[in-house]
Design a protein around this ligand. Structure first.
Ligand code: BG6
Ligand code: MG
Length: 234
């Protein structure tokens, strides 16, 4: 059964008991702007290999694991086939550069609107989780001062299939002890919206995914999420 659309008179169930118990957030590009650091670090690796790399390619990397991202970056590589060792080396170089950028982040890099939105949702009794393909998720959350904020964190270290596979979102729901159909997922990646739908969750798009018009609802800013949740609950 599908989820109610958030817009349109009468599209949301009226007077029903709580429809959703939890919100599962993607991390990169939703909670923080690390998507820009992903872009810069991949771009530096691509430039050294003389591979064209731009925002269009970068958007395809959203939600996708590190090694799968490398395969996408290498689609436009011209030269001798690269060995498995060389590919691992390139992914490690990208990650080292990315981690240097992450290391410079502080709690001041957390958008106050993100913090306010999370606190507001929590005060309404919703459980909050992270569902991210990143293996750096714990480090990022710690840098932002959110190390012990979420009720559950499912990330790239816990899964074998990255988005669009629903594994990470299903795991987040399991960690929370909430049925997937009672979870809302917030995503900036098309692959992430696909993963959320495949998990049976209500999907809310922001950033690149919202611009593409995918998802059950689209946000211009994270602050709009409280309105979307209120409308789903009313
Ligand atoms: C996702 C990003 O959150 O994490 C992807 O959207 C990235 O672009 C993936 O490739 C894996 O990240 P990491 O930190 O494990 O290299
Ligand atoms: Mg993302």
């Amino acid at each position: 059964m599908g989820h109610p659309a958030v817009s349109g008179q009468g599209a949301v169930r009226q007077g029903a008991s709580r429809a959703y118990d939890a919100v599962v957030f993607d991390l990169d590009g939703v909670i923080c702007h690390t998507d820009v650091y992903h872009y810069r670090s991949w771009k530096s690796v691509a430039d050294e290999l003389r591979i064209p790399f731009d925002e269009t390619v970068n958007n395809r990397l959203r939600g996708v694991s590190r090694m799968e991202s490398l395969d996408i970056v290498l689609e436009r590589y011209v030269g001798e086939p690269l060995s498995h060792e060389r590919k691992s080396e390139l992914a490690a170089t990208k990650n080292d550069r990315y981690r240097v950028m992450l290391g410079d982040m502080t709690p001041a890099d957390l958008d106050p609107a993100v913090r306010t939105t999370l606190d507001e949702l929590r005060s309404r009794g919703l459980k909050l989780a992270i569902g991210s393909s990143s293996r750096n998720a714990a480090f990022i959350l710690e840098r932002l001062g959110l190390g012990d904020y979420f009720d559950a964190v499912a990330d790239g270290n816990h899964i074998s299939r990255s988005k669009p596979d629903p594994e990470v979102f299903l795991l987040a729901a399991e960690y929370l002890g909430v049925d997937p159909s009672r979870c809302v997922v917030v995503e900036d990646a098309e692959a992430g919206i696909e993963a959320g739908s495949a998990a049976g969750m209500y999907t809310v798009a922001i950033g690149d995914a919202a611009e593409k018009g995918v998802g059950d609802a689209q946000l211009r800013t994270i602050a709009e999420l409280t309105d979307v949740m209120a409308r789903l609950e009313s």
